[in-house]
Ligand binder design. Structure first.
Ligand code: 5AD
Length: 373
C-alpha cells in the first residue's frame, strides 16, 4: 500500500467501505498470526520520570506521589503472570534513572531464571550500553513509542532533557541491531497531528520492520498542558494541503473527502481502529495490542473493537493495586480496579465470545528467536 492509499483510507467515512476495511484487517490477522491472543502482563515499575512530556500525567513537573517497586514486589507480579499462564511480562516505567542499570539487569536475570517468562522492557530512552547489558541479561524485547513521526510536533510535546536530543527512531534501530524485537507506536489524535503525518507513521512502522506496534487514542489529561489545549474540529488554521501526488490519487478515484490531509486527526475509537486495521495490512505479521487507551475511550467495546479490527495482543495490568492509581498517564485508565485474577476471568470470557483463545508461550514474532549475542 502506498502512503496515498493509507491517507485515503484514514479519511474514509463511508460505512460499507469501513466494514470492508475491518473485514480485510481481521482476515489478514487470522491468516498471518492466527486466533491466539498473546497476553503480556504489564508491570508498571515506577512512576518517577525525568521527562516533562506535555501530554503525560506522570510528567516530571507534576507534584504527585511517586513510587518505585522493589525487586521482590516485581517478582511477585512476575509469579502472578506465571500462575495466569501469561507468556511475557512487560516492565514499564517513566524514564527513571533511579531504576539503575544494575537493578534492571538483576531483575531481568531473576525473571528469566526463576520464571522463564519472556521479558519486554519499556523504560524510555535509555543508553545503548544499558540496552546492550539488559539484552545480554536475557531481555527479548524493547518498546519505545515514537508517538508521532512529525518531528516538529514531537519536539513540541516531548521536550528534550537538557542538551540531549531525543532520537527514538535511532534507538529502535539500535535495539533491533542488538537482537531485541522492537516495538513502537503512536498516539492517535494528538493536538496538531495531521492525517498526512499519521499516514507517514504507518509507513514508518513498515520501514522499521517492527515486531510490535501499539496505537492508542490521545486521552487528554486535564492536569497537563496538552490536556488543556483546544482541539479544533475543523481543519486547523495554516493546515498543509495535499501534496500533488495525493490529490492526483484522490481525483483518479473520482471521490472527494470533506477533510483534507492537513486536518486535525480526532482522538476517537473509530480513528484508532482505522490505524490498527491499516497497520495490520501494512505489517501483517506484527504483534499488535488492543490498547488500554482504546478501552478507556470506549469502555464498553474498545477492547473488542481492537481485537476484531487487526489486533492480536492484550496487555493485562499486573501492577500491585496500591500503585495502580498512581500510574495515571491519562485519566480513566484505572477507574475500575479489578485484581489481576478478576480481570483475567473477564478477559477469558471476552476472548471466548470473540471465538479467540489465549496464546500459550512467549508469543514472539520470530520463533525460535535468534539473538546476536
Ligand atoms: N493519552 C494517551 N496515551 C498516553 N500515553 C501517555 N500519555 C498519554 C495520554 N495523555 C501513552 C504514550 C506512552 C504510553 C506509555 O502511554 O503513548 O508511550
Amino acid at each position: 500500500m502506498k502512503r496515498s492509499d493509507i491517507l485515503f483510507r484514514l479519511l474514509e467515512e463511508d460505512e460499507s467501505r469501513l466494514d470492508q476495511l475491518w473485514a480485510e484487517a481481521d482476515r489478514v490477522r487470522k491468516e498471518r498470526v492466527g486466533d491466539e491472543v498473546h497476553l503480556r502482563g504489564l508491570i508498571e515499575l515506577s512512576n518517577y520520570c525525568r521527562r516533562d512530556c506535555l501530554y503525560c500525567g506522570i510528567r516530571a513537573s507534576r507534584r504527585i506521589e511517586r513510587y518505585r517497586m522493589s525487586e521482590d514486589e516485581v517478582m511477585d507480579s512476575a509469579r502472578l503472570a506465571v500462575r495466569l499462564e501469561y507468556g511475557t511480562v512487560v516492565l514499564q516505567s517513566g524514564e527513571d534513572h533511579g531504576l539503575t542499570r544494575d537493578f534492571i539487569t538483576r531483575l531481568v536475570r531473576r525473571i528469566k531464571t526463576e520464571t522463564g517468562l519472556a521479558v519486554t522492557l519499556s523504560l524510555g530512552e535509555r543508553s545503548l550500553d544499558e540496552l546492550a547489558e539488559w539484552r545480554a541479561a536475557g531481555a527479548e524485547r524493547y518498546l519505545l513509542k515514537h508517538e508521532t513521526s512529525d518531528p516538529d510536533l514531537f519536539r513540541r510535546i516531548h521536550p528534550d532533557c537538557g542538551t540531549e536530543v531525543s532520537d527514538r527512531i535511532a534507538l529502535l534501530k539500535a535495539a533491533k541491531e542488538m537482537g531485541y524485537e522492537a516495538g513502537s507506536g503512536v498516539m492517535v489524535g494528538i493536538p496538531g497531528q495531521s492525517y498526512e503525518s499519521l499516514a507517514r507513521d504507518i509507513m514508518l512502522f513498515r520501514d522499521l520492520d517492527l515486531e510490535m506496534i501499539g496505537c492508542g487514542p490521545f486521552v487528554p489529561h486535564p492536569q497537563t498542558p496538552l490536556g488543556q489545549a483546544v482541539i479544533p474540529s475543523e481543519p486547523r488554521a495554516g493546515a498543509r494541503f495535499l501534496d500533488s501526488s495525493d490529490s492526483l490519487e484522490m481525483t483518479e478515484r473520482g471521490e472527494s473527502r470533506n477533510l483534507s490531509a492537513g486536518s486535525q486527526v480526532p482522538a476517537t475509537d473509530l480513528m484508532t481502529t482505522k490505524v490498527v486495521a491499516l497497520t495490520r495490512l501494512v505489517c501483517p505479521e506484527a504483534n499488535i495490542p488492543s490498547t488500554t487507551a482504546l478501552a478507556t475511550v470506549n469502555k464498553e467495546h474498545g477492547r473488542e473493537l481492537g481485537l476484531t479490527r487487526g489486533a492480536n495482543v492484550w496487555m493485562p495490568n499486573l501492577t500491585p493495586l496500591k500503585y495502580r492509581a498512581l500510574y495515571e498517564i491519562y485519566p480513566g485508565k484505572a477507574t475500575v480496579i479489578d485484581t489481576a485474577e478478576q480481570f483475567h476471568q473477564n478477559l477469558l470470557a471476552t476472548l471466548a465470545a470473540l471465538g479467540r483463545r489465549a496464546g500459550k508461550g512467549p508469543g514472539g514474532r520470530r520463533s525460535p528467536r535468534v539473538g546476536r549475542d
